[in-house]
Unconditional design. Structure first.
Length: 206
């Protein structure tokens, strides 16, 4: 699914670049304001590529935009007129903006990845620390249960405690198996981690 989404995003970017380039080609050169507007539209695929694909996608898109817009600039070259300089500066701006945003996006993703790893590591550590006393509590309850008749209230109470402790143990296993962070809305506007979905990959393989 993720690969399909990436392909769709790439197609959208290519489509936008081709459409904008087509508008330049098939619009009369006399409509200078229209060409200025179309030129600014190139920032749309550049920004999208930076946001969706980071620095690598932004760099590729900025190079493609440069190669499709540069021939138009050369074809309408007017011996370093103000319009020529404006187009050249715009090409430079395309690359600076795209690659700058791509760099910032990659850095943001790196920070998010570090946070994700830290949360997963902390969840694993907490689960590990809770396992030992939990197993001891279950074993002690089972041993204590042997001292009572199976039809006694104390036996049934201990059985309920053991069942609840095993449910907690199952939840701890899911916490220890977390590999990805999936969030869900909770009370009000708060957002919490969805343990079921976050450990779904591990559950499917077990």
């Amino acid at each position: 699914m993720e690969s399909k989404n990436q392909r769709i995003k790439a197609v959208i970017i290519v489509f936008l670049v081709l459409v904008i380039t087509g508008l330049h080609i098939f619009t009369s050169q006399e409509k200078e304001l229209s060409h200025v507007f179309y030129r600014e539209l190139y920032f749309l695929p550049l920004i999208l590529s930076a946001f969706w694909f980071g620095l690598r996608g932004a760099f590729i898109t900025s190079i493609c935009v440069t190669f499709v817009f540069l021939p138009y600039t050369m074809f309408h070259w007017q011996s370093f007129s103000p319009n020529d300089l404006d187009r050249l500066l715009e090409i430079i701006l395309f690359n600076v903006v795209a690659n700058g945003l791509g760099f910032l996006r990659d850095r943001e993703k790196a920070v998010e990845e570090e946070k994700r790893k830290a949360i997963i590591a902390m969840a694993g550590a907490v689960a590990h620390e809770m396992n030992t006393p939990l197993f001891s509590a279950i074993a002690s309850s089972q041993l204590l249960q042997e001292d009572f008749n199976s039809d006694s209230d104390a036996y049934n109470d201990l059985q309920l405690i053991i069942r609840n402790l095993k449910e907690i143990s199952s939840m701890i296993k899911k916490i220890a198996a977390i590999e990805n962070l999936e969030m869900k809305t909770y009370v009000g506007n708060s957002v919490i981690m969805d343990i079921e979905k976050s450990s779904a990959k591990q559950d499917a393989s077990s």
